[in-house]
Structures are given as C-alpha cells and as structure tokens.
Design a protein around this ligand. Structure first.
Ligand code: UDP
Length: 340
C-alpha cells in the first residue's frame, strides 16, 4: 500500500517514535520526522529506516518553533501528523513545571496552528494514562474521571482539552487521542530500544541496567500497597504493539471522523516483582533489589480497559510480559550504552 502524502511524526527519533516509524514504513506510508534531538537520536532513525525498509525524511527542529513548522509544511505535502514530541518525566515535571507547560502545551498549540494554516487537519496525539486521577475502579475505561496528580499529566490533559474544543468547533478536524499505559520493550531485532539519558526514572530500563551490570540494585518503591505482593501494579505494553496502535488510529480516522479517544494497554496488570521475575527468566541474570519507601505521587495499581481500542481501531496488544522482557534484554545486551 502506498498512501498519498507524508505522515509527519514529531518526536520520531525518540523511543516510541522510532518504533512507530518502522510500523508506518511497513504499512507503506511515506515518513517524515521532525525532532529536536534533545531526547532522540539520528542513529535510531537510521536503524528504523533499515528495519522498515524505506527512507525516512528528517528535519531537525522544535515544535515550539512555528516558523520551522511553517517551512516544513510548505516543503512537504503532509496528509496527517502523529504528534509524539514532548517531555515525559513525572519527577522532572514537578521540579520544572513551566518547562513542561512550554514544551508540551505551547509546543502542541504551535503545531496545531501550523497544521491549520497548512490545511492539515488529521492528527494522532500521544496522551497518557497519567491524565486519569487515582482510579476509583479497575480496569480504567475512557469514561473514568480525569485528574492528573502532576504537571506532566496536567500538560497532557491541557492538550487533550485543546483538541476537544477544536473538534467541537471545527468538525473537519480528525483527531485520535491515544492514552498510553506503560510502554516498555524493544524491537525484536535488538536494534531499537529505550535509551534514557542519565538514571532511568522508569522501572523497565532500570531493571535492564541492573541486569547488565550498569547499576548495583533496584530500589522497589513500596511493598505495602494493597496489591497481591504489596508492590505497585501497572499495565505494561510492548512498544511494537503501541506503534501498531498509531498505524491503526491513522487508518481508522477518516471513517471515524471527529475526535476519538482510546486507551492503549493490554488490560493486564503486573507488579514490580512480576516484572523483576520475568526479567530474570528472560535474561538469565539475577536482579538484586531492596525495598524502599513509596515514591511520592505513585498509585497502587492501574490497568486499562482496552476494549474501545479494539472496537474503534481493530487494535489489540499481542505481546506478553515475557516477550517484552526478552526484547528489552536483547536490546540491552547488544547495546549496553544505548545508541552511543
Ligand atoms: N518503580 C520501582 N523502582 C524504580 C522505578 C519504578 O519500584 O526504580 C515502580 C513504581 O513505583 C511503579 C512501577 O515501578 O509501581 C512503574 O513505574 P514507572 O516509573 O515505570 O511507571 P509509572 O507507572 O510510574 O509511570
């Protein structure tokens, strides 16, 4: 299949972006990436291009730079935008809220204005399960109350609000809001994966760095939650399943019209200790751990009701936790220092 027009992927050189580029190329799309390279890497793009079997056009820039976006839309006939660019660390967002609102909220606004000026009205937006408040019931469906507990989540919710207002006022927009649960995993080739700068905030990259010997032990944040083993439970989702979710959203949008909002998750919850055990089995390494106090702002348990994504996009997650761990380990072992 060859579609007309470029699919613009902001943040396409990042972890989720690079996997999404592979999935887009495999689906026959022409892919154009706009990325500041603050968290992305051109090496990831080169590898994504080889894996997807196609060229990826690349423009370096920041979504806050309206002139750069206007120049890009003038140069390339873009048919749809996947907006993944943004900052995403919860703890950092608490320390630097203005930075989060500037990059995530102003950046998205600048992109929407540039799209409108260029007559491009089809958008897939990376949102997050963080927009939900502490869950009243599980699994979490899309009707659950919204009430993020940190600036990162609030910045995502503000963009969602912009998109809801926009679609209500201007019905020719086609927008999919994808609420990601916990993306982990790596491309099964071992060529693409998560490459966090500095100390990883998230569980899976931390566990894999302990397994490969870069860090001595994992601190498990809390073992007194009301969960089966006392540790936090999350819905971990393979990044390739997540990438496929973007392609499915892009395909569904023309027929769906207006605004659609879906959870992307597996519908299954795993505890921190489940993840450690699965990673030990996949890697053959021991992951030393110690129990530490709860991390402020963490909730006990969170997993998705992903049935709406199946209904509207025909998408469901295929990979289980063992596959996620196997693929992370293949990536980590083959690239112990990431892309560097
Ligand atoms: N976690 C942990 N140690 C770490 C990082 C995370 O015990 O070094 C726990 C965290 O408390 C949560 C789960 O692992 O229960 C997933 O955390 P992560 O930061 O990956 O994702 P979140 O769901 O918080 O966005």
């Amino acid at each position: 299949m060859q579609n007309s027009g470029w699919i613009l992927v902001t943040g396409g050189a990042g972890y989720i972006g690079a996997h999404t580029c592979v999935a887009l190329l495999e689906a026959g799309h022409q892919v154009l990436v706009f990325d500041s390279l603050v968290n992305g890497s051109t090496e990831a793009l080169a590898r994504a291009s080889a894996l997807g079997g196609g060229e990826i056009a690349f423009v370096q820039g920041d979504v806050r730079d309206r002139a750069a976006l206007d120049a890009l839309f003038a140069r390339y006939p873009v048919s749809a935008v996947l907006h993944l660019a943004g900052v995403k660390a919860v703890g950092e967002s608490v320390r630097q809220p203005l930075h989060y609102y500037e990059v995530n909220v102003s950046g998205s606004l600048s992109l929407l204005q540039a799209m409108d000026a260029a007559g491009v009205h089809t958008l897939v937006f990376s949102s997050s399960a963080t927009v939900y408040g502490a869950p009243v019931r599980l699994p979490i469906d899309e009707q659950a109350a919204l009430g993020p507990s940190n600036p990162y989540g609030r910045s995502k919710l503000m963009v969602e609000d912009q998109l809801r207002d926009l679609c209500a006022a201007q019905p020719h927009w086609r927008v999919a809001i994808l609420r990601y649960f916990n993306p982990v995993g790596a491309h099964p080739s071992g060529q693409l994966g998560e490459d966090p700068h500095g100390t990883p905030d998230n569980l899976m990259p931390f566990v894999s760095q302990v397994a490969v010997g870069r860090r001595p032990e994992l601190a498990v944040f809390g073992n007194d939650y009301p969960t089966p083993d006392g540790t936090g439970v999350r819905d971990y989702l393979h990044v390739c399943d997540l990438a496929a979710g973007h392609v499915a959203a892009l395909k569904a949008l023309p027929a769906q019209g207006g605004l659609l909002t879906v959870n992307l998750g597996t519908g299954r919850g795993h505890s921190v200790l489940d993840v450690v055990r699965a990673f030990e089995a996949a890697s053959g390494q021991t992951v030393p751990l110690r129990f530490a106090p709860r991390r402020p702002g963490d909730i006990a348990a969170c997993w998705a009701d992903p049935s709406r994504a199946e209904q509207l996009l025909g998408w469901r997650a295929e990979c289980d936790l063992d596959a996620m761990c196997r693929d992370v380990w293949r990536w980590q072992r083959g690239n112990p220092q990431g892309y560097r």
